[in-house]
Ligand binder design. Structure first.
Ligand code: AMP
Ligand code: MG
Length: 483
């Protein structure tokens, strides 16, 4: 076969405790239903000469490429605040594929059967959630937000039993690695400094070679992760993305968004928005995401304490100071992100008030987050009567005054706005509609949705229904954990 795999499996060479050598459990009747041609090109792979049957065998894990080394990775995590030993309970790392430019990608099956870490689970995944991860992760990529990606979805031909009986599926996920805060927690809990050093060295070699020579590598690793994760959560806030399960096992060390379970995009602007049915207390609500990021980083910092300083108290003091910089860094970056959304160049002392006043108005008037910025960019949107509101008109005058301080042309600030404000997002009602058809073996709407979401910043004809808010009956939208 001339696919072009180039495997170099480094994780499986780490000491045994880091992973478990396993094989994906074979499935009855695999059927490839979607393959990501754009990602295929990026990975320098060519599946064009392979028939659908063989591709189905490949992307179900029934037939593995020659140099793959299949493992399940060990990790732990704080789930809704409680520490648990976890690990890949339904995922198999097929291998690390390296491109000509030396870019390394984990190729992983999700839903590939039980592993030593499955606990009470069946190791399987259902079609709807795997397609959902495909749609939303690819949308995030197109929105220029770091994320794991989706290469393929295969139906297994087997049922999975949840509340109902559902069709089984396997997603092939591509990530720059699957190292998580939870990986560090797992190793740190073993209290073996050599193992911890091994993990830090591995991480630095793989993701952050620029800190290889640093005097305090562990501290620098904390600093870079903090920067990466702040940038990530600001991107989420920018587009109204709500992850839904920001457990420490779902926070990558690469800074990519991972684990698309009950995530969803906010429609009506409300900082308290929660979609996940299991998040009753709103721990992972939209406005809580930055403080949870900080909380997760503090858990990461705790793991590194033995390597930060021999004197434990001193180490704690050092990491505490570092973590406490979070708010300061976040606020500056958040303000700049919001300035971009409003086309504001430079800084004005009144910017923060101007921005907060808009958000307050949006909250009070229940306007659509995405479409409000579209309106400000003079994009045609439906239901725009709300913007005749007197308070909005007053606010808009203040904004226009501030734009004058830009000292540039409308073309210039509109260009900035258009680079950060999407015209289309994966709206919950459109995602659900597409998945409903997919469950009845019709993938046309899934494919159409994916295509539209590939160009979120471009004007596309005939996509009105993808830009409009949910029908009133949909207002209590709920998502269910990645089942
Ligand atoms: P998640 O909520 O997807 O981040 O998963 C949390 C943990 O539960 C991870 O260790 C998963 O591997 C595991 N898990 C989720 N679903 C299943 C399943 N159906 N079978 C086995 N393990 C699972
Ligand atoms: Mg997870």
């Amino acid at each position: 076969m001339t696919i072009g795999w180039h495997f170099d499996n480094t994780y499986s060479k780490l000491p045994d405790i880091f992973s478990s050598k396993i094989s994906p459990i074979k499935v009855k009747k695999p059927d490839l239903i979607i393959l990501n041609n754009n990602l295929t090109k990026k990975l320098e792979l060519d599946f064009s000469k392979i028939n659908n049957e063989d591709l189905s065998q490949l992307f179900s894990g029934n037939l593995l490429p020659k140099d793959s080394k299949t493992i399940a990775q060990a990790y732990a995590g704080h789930q809704f605040g409680h520490f648990t030993m976890l690990g890949d309970g339904r995922a198999t790392l097929m291998g690390e594929h390296v491109t000509k430019d030396n870019e390394r990608f984990d190729i992983q099956f999700k839903g590939s059967g039980i592993t030593p870490f499955s606990r009470n689970g069946d190791g399987r995944a259902a079609l709807g959630p795997m397609l959902r991860e495909y749609i939303i992760s690819e949308a995030m990529h197109a929105l220029n937000i770091p994320t794991t990606r989706s290469l393929a979805v295969v139906k297994t031909g087997e049922d999975v039993v949840r509340e109902n009986i559902l069709q089984g599926a396997i997603l092939t996920r591509v990530a720059s690695s699957h190292l998580r805060v939870g990986t560090f927690q797992y190793i740190a809990a073993r209290q073996n400094e050599n193992e911890l050093k091994t993990l830090v060295n591995y991480t630095v070699d793989r993701h952050y070679p620029n800190i290889k020579q640093s005097k305090n590598q562990a501290l620098d690793l904390l600093k870079v992760l903090m920067e990466k994760q702040i940038n990530l959560v600001i991107n989420w806030m920018r587009v109204g993305f709500i992850h839904g399960v920001m457990n420490t096992d779902n926070m990558t060390i690469s800074g990519e968004t991972i684990d698309y379970g009950p995530c969803a995009f906010m429609d009506t602007y409300d900082p308290q928005t929660v979609f996940s049915s299991i998040d009753q207390l709103g721990r992972y609500a939209y406005f809580n995401q930055p403080s949870i990021t900080k909380w997760n980083l503090a858990r990461f910092a705790e793991c590194l304490i033995p390597l930060i300083d021999k004197d434990k108290n001193k180490a704690i003091q050092i990491v505490t100071e570092e973590i406490n910089n979070f708010e300061k860094i976040y606020e500056i970056k958040w303000l700049n992100m919001m300035r971009d959304k409003l086309g504001l160049f430079g800084e004005d002392p009144k910017d923060q008030v101007l921005i907060l006043d808009l958000l307050t108005w949006m909250h009070q008037n229940k306007t659509d987050y995405t479409n409000t910025f579209c309106y400000l960019m003079n994009e045609k949107i439906q239901n725009n009567k709300i913007f005749y509101n007197e308070n909005f008109i007053i606010w808009k005058k203040r904004w226009e005054e501030r734009l004058k301080l830009n000292n540039n042309t409308p073309e210039k600030y509109l260009k900035l706005m258009k680079s950060v404000n999407p015209l289309v997002i994966p709206r919950n009602h459109k995602v659900e509609e597409a998945l409903k058809f997919a469950n009845n073996n019709d993938l046309n709407l899934v494919k159409k949705l994916i295509k539209i979401l590939e160009k979120p910043y471009e004007n596309q004809n005939g996509i009105n229904e993808y830009q409009s808010t949910a029908p009133a009956s949909d207002q209590k939208y709920q998502t269910f954990c990645g089942t």
